[in-house]
Design a binder for this molecule. Structure first.
Ligand SMILES: *Cc1c(COP(=O)(O)O)cnc(C)c1O
Length: 227
């Protein structure tokens, strides 16, 4: 665990430095879906500062079991509106907001606990039918609509390109998310900051860093293969 984590962090630093970026501008989300709480505890002890989870029920159990740990929790999976109330209690950042309906529920439940929930807008940049995320062409409109909610704060964009053996093939999708962020920035929407780009996983995070990722979501390369 320690070795894997140290190795990934070193690769992140190296990739950032190689393209002239400050290594501190790229944060690692250790993705622990399907992995038991005790393994997550070891990752935290080994220096994982952000834990990424995909399933609400599983996350609730781990959050409870690891209540004594100082760590940030990020939600990266598909979120159903009826789970919004649990999500706002656990997560510092929700990467996967892709509809007004979900945003409305998150805003409502964040308000109930006096929280401003940080979110990213998930964009289906590859237009795969099976993938979550708002269409690129509708992203600006969605950001505008969500920006008016008092208890939500949009921090940037997230995407998940198709899987390729060759990470270079994911590059155009990372570039497209970067360009979309620039476009949204130009709209200067109040209450919206576009600082974060959540992109890159075990197989392609270095490419994502070259293309501007500020959050990389790495599971397998830290925790090993999932069942
Ligand atoms: C599982 C998952 C990851 C991590 O994938 P690995 O290939 O195991 O690094 C990243 N992002 C999302 C949205 C995921 O569901």
């Amino acid at each position: 665990m320690q070795k894997e984590l140290d190795r990934i962090k070193a690769r992140i630093r190296k990739a950032a430095t190689a393209c002239g970026r400050d290594p501190a501008s790229v944060r690692l989300v250790a993705v622990s879906k399907t992995k038991p709480a005790e393994l997550v505890r070891r990752a935290i002890t080994a220096g994982a500062a952000i834990i990424g989870e995909n399933y609400i029920q599983e996350a609730r159990e781990k959050f409870k079991a690891l209540g004594d740990c100082t760590v940030h929790w990020h939600y990266i999976g598909h979120l159903q509106s009826n789970k919004a109330k649990y999500a706002v209690r656990i997560f510092d950042l929700i990467h996967s907001v892709d509809s007004l309906k979900l945003a409305r529920e998150l805003d409502k439940h964040a308000g109930k606990i006096d929280k401003v929930q940080q979110i990213l807008i998930q964009v289906n940049i590859s237009r795969e039918k099976t993938k979550a995320g708002v269409d690129e062409a509708r992203a600006l409109e969605l950001v505008r609509a969500i920006s008016v909610f008092d208890n939500l704060s949009i921090r940037g964009l997230m995407t998940m390109p198709p899987y390729f053996d060759d990470p270079d093939r994911a590059r155009p999708f990372f570039k497209a998310l970067y360009d979309l962020r620039q476009q949204i920035r130009l709209a200067r929407i109040p209450n919206v900051s576009m600082d974060e780009l959540s992109m890159g996983m075990s197989g392609d995070f270095e490419t994502a860093i070259e293309e501007g990722a500020t959050l990389v979501r790495v599971g397998t390369a830290i925790f090993g293969a999932r069942q």
